[in-house]
Design a protein around this ligand. Structure first.
Ligand code: AMP
Ligand code: TRP
Length: 333
């Protein structure tokens, strides 16, 4: 039987190699398996948990759709839509926030990281963010959720919320319990400037990430400047453990060439970084430039992108509002 896939990406700009290798590449693979039903959501309600400039947000929504399509997601076969257009998401998030427990949310490490030292000043939305994410997933009877490693804890919370709702209201199987789809290797791509930090849209240094809209010169320059260490490349995986930058760069190479760490280490063992970096730049350029050029082409076609979203909205809204109606009945509204 096919899988029911749901995943989301925030329209917060600077879509990068981590988003691509950790998530979008997997979306493309799943969308190519014809028995799957896939829903990909541009999660703008999640984006506003931190300040967003309205004009940038609007552009970033279109850019995220363009990145999906440019990477190989077929908008005819799959649902691509914008979260805020389907009101069932906000509504269900409220209901599920009455199911989720404070103690569960207090454990979320992403909130702690994003709120930083001054938690009092974080938005309430940033705190309840994973509840909205649970609503996204559960409204579509999702069976599998492809995400990067950083979303694992949020998925566990989603499963707990679904189970508690089913138990509390004695509606076994009403919410399907979704499985995470997290790649074994390369589920966490690190910053090019610090191998212990996640590659991130919000890193102030553009040199820390490869953006999906970078051109060839930018990619080559960023890899040239990527942090390394003075040793030649090792001959086994164990020797990578204390060398986070080397491990990350070899991981990126392995993922882009659909290989694995072990094979990629064997390919470059004993070589110095400059030779390895030339190869890495080449595979990056081969993979990212066609996507980058296609994104730029699509961004000019605003009407086409908006049509994809409108089409996706109609399909998503039908599924989600049906589920909300049943939720109302169960609760006693
Ligand atoms: P976001 O940009 O936070 O909406 O993330 C979109 C998707 O990309 C999610 O599935 C994340 O888990 C994934 N992702 C974000 N950053 C990385 C990273 N550095 N490495 C791997 N996956 C990532
Ligand atoms: N929280 C996810 C992230 O920042 C994005 C997201 C929102 C999501 N809703 C989702 C991912 C539902 C998977 C399923 O990366």
């Amino acid at each position: 039987m096919g899988k029911k896939i749901f995943s989301g990406v925030q329209p917060t700009g600077n879509l990068h190699l981590g988003n691509y290798l950790g998530a979008i590449k997997n979306f493309v693979k799943l969308n190519n398996e014809s028995e799957n039903e896939c829903v990909f959501c541009v999660v703008d309600l999640h984006a506003i948990t931190v300040n967003q400039d309205p004009k940038d947000l609007r552009n970033n929504i279109r850019e995220t759709v363009a990145a999906f399509v440019a990477s190989g997601i077929d908008p005819k076969k799959n649902i691509i839509f914008n979260q805020s257009q389907v009101s069932a998401h906000s509504e269900t998030a409220w209901i599920l926030s009455c199911v989720a427990r404070m103690g569960w949310l207090n454990r979320m490490t992403q909130f702690k990281e994003k709120a930083g030292k001054d938690k009092e000043k974080a938005s309430v939305g940033l705190y309840s963010y994973p509840v909205l994410m649970a609503a996204d997933i559960l409204l579509y009877d999702t069976t599998h959720v492809p995400v990067g490693d950083d979303q694992k804890q949020h998925l566990e919370l989603c499963r707990d919320i679904a189970q508690k709702f089913n138990n509390d209201f004695k509606v076994e199987d009403f919410f399907k319990i979704p499985e995470p789809l997290i790649q074994k290797e390369f589920s966490r791509i690190m910053s090019l400037k610090d191998g212990t930090k996640k590659m991130s849209k919000s890193d102030p240094s553009d040199l820390s990430r490869i953006n999906l809209t970078d051109d060839k010169d930018q990619i080559v320059n960023k890899i040239k400047k990527a942090k390394t260490d003075p040793l030649p490349l090792p001959s086994n995986i164990m020797d990578l453990e204390k060398r986070p930058e080397a491990k990350n760069l070899i991981g990126i190479y392995a993922s882009l060439t659909n290989s694995n760490l072990e094979k990629s280490i064997n390919e470059f063992s004993g070589k110095n970084f400059s030779e390895f970096k030339d190869n890495l730049s080449q595979v990056l350029v081969d993979k990212i430039i066609p996507i980058s050029e296609e994104i730029k082409k699509l961004l000019i076609e605003e009407k086409y992108l908006d049509e994809i979203l409108l089409n996706g909205f109609e399909k998503a809204d039908k599924i989600a509002s049906k589920k909300v109606k049943k939720i109302h009945e169960i609760i006693g509204f």
